[in-house]
Design a protein around this ligand. Structure first.
Ligand code: SF4
Ligand code: SF4
Length: 93
C-alpha cells in the first residue's frame, strides 16, 4: 500500500466491490484470442467447443476475478463480448 494511504476507507466494510457479468456471443466470435490475451486478470481462456464459425470461442474461467475494465470489449474486432455490472442489493445498510 502506498505510504500516503495508511488506512482502509472508513466504509470499506459496508461497500462491496462491483460484480461483473460477462456476456459472450459465442457464435459471433472469430477465435482471434485478443480478449484472452489482453485480459489483465486472466478471466478468459480458449474453450474446446466449436462455434457456428468453426472456431474455439473463449470461455469464462472465473467471473469473480473480472474488474470490469472492458479491455476485452475494446479489443474484440467482432463485438462478441461485453461486460456489465450485476444488479445487487443496496450496498450500505
Ligand atoms: S472486463 Fe477486463 S477483467 Fe473483465 S474479462 Fe474483460 S478484460 Fe478481463
Ligand atoms: S476478441 Fe472477440 S472475436 Fe476474438 S476471441 Fe475474443 S470474443 Fe472472440
Amino acid at each position: 500500500m502506498p505510504e500516503r494511504i495508511k488506512h482502509q476507507p472508513l466504509d470499506s466494510g459496508k461497500v462491496k466491490p462491483p460484480q461483473a457479468e460477462i456476456h459472450l456471443i459465442k457464435d459471433q466470435c472469430k477465435g482471434c484470442g485478443f480478449c484472452i490475451q489482453f485480459c489483465p486478470k486472466k478471466v478468459l481462456e480458449e474453450s474446446q467447443e466449436i462455434n457456428a464459425r468453426g472456431v474455439h470461442p473463449p470461455k469464462i474461467v472465473d467471473e469473480n476475478k473480472c474488474i470490469i475494465c472492458s479491455f476485452c470489449t475494446a479489443v474484440c474486432p467482432d463485438f462478441a463480448i461485453f461486460v456489465t455490472e450485476k444488479s445487487r442489493e443496496k450496498d450500505v445498510k
